[in-house]
Ligand binder design. Sequence first.
Ligand code: LIP
Length: 274
Amino acid sequence: LEHELEDIYNTAVELARKAGEAIREAFYKEKNVEIKQSAADLVTETDQAVEKMIQDLIMKKYPHHKFIGEETVSADGSACSLTDDFTWIIDPVDGTTNFVHSIPEVAFSCGILVNKQVVIGVIYVPILDQMYTAKKGQGSFVNGKKLSVSSVKELKSAAIIMEGGSSRDPDVLSTKINNIHSVLKSCHGIRAYGSAAINLCKVASGMYEAYVEFGIHCWDIVAGMLILQEAGGVNKDTTGEEIDIMRRRIIGANCENIITEIASKLTQIDVGRD
Ligand code: LIP
């Protein structure tokens, strides 16, 4: 298994570089944008082309592995079913809105699971040439440099990442704004990068104490969850309870205490399941 995992890891890094090349090439050109679930839920030809290219390469090399990809799921509207098999969960372009606006925080995100546990996480930010990697039990790295979370233990001294997201439902929006209000009044500041994958990498890098979002999907978070965990962090549901990767909610933080403090300030939003 050790040998098999090493081979899969090397393949994932290689595929991330390939995806990165395609993203970089399209980044400086005009984009062809379509909308999905809401007027702010975007997809481009690049999302679709990168996913197809990566899925084909995975299926050729590992025909017995399973694949869950953002654009494949959006196209056929099917629910994600996660088995104990090796499963690649991919977001070809995480931060599509950034991509559309030529904002450099755009990531290829790839998490590999076995027995429903994330064992490999690779996130590549091609425009900034940042390769984030993690293998379960072996730490996480950016361009080979080891990552570790911040040592701040209280929300009042913390910097937090919270996103607006892509839902334009008025009730969802007002709950999100209220949640931002209640966290912001108790911490140093709030920022957002527009990519769940990058947000989790920022917490893993020790810049922020936590990242909170309702409405993300499994492909936005699986790789980043392992990168954060291997940097010493924790991932939970927005209630502070055990995370369910299909439940579309996350608090990723440097420590349990900050998760408890944030969870107590949030009004929960039920966004359904992947
Ligand atoms: C994005 C997430 C981000 C969220 C955006 C969007 P996509 O994923 O990573 O955290 O705020 O609304 O869902 O659609 O760019 O892959």
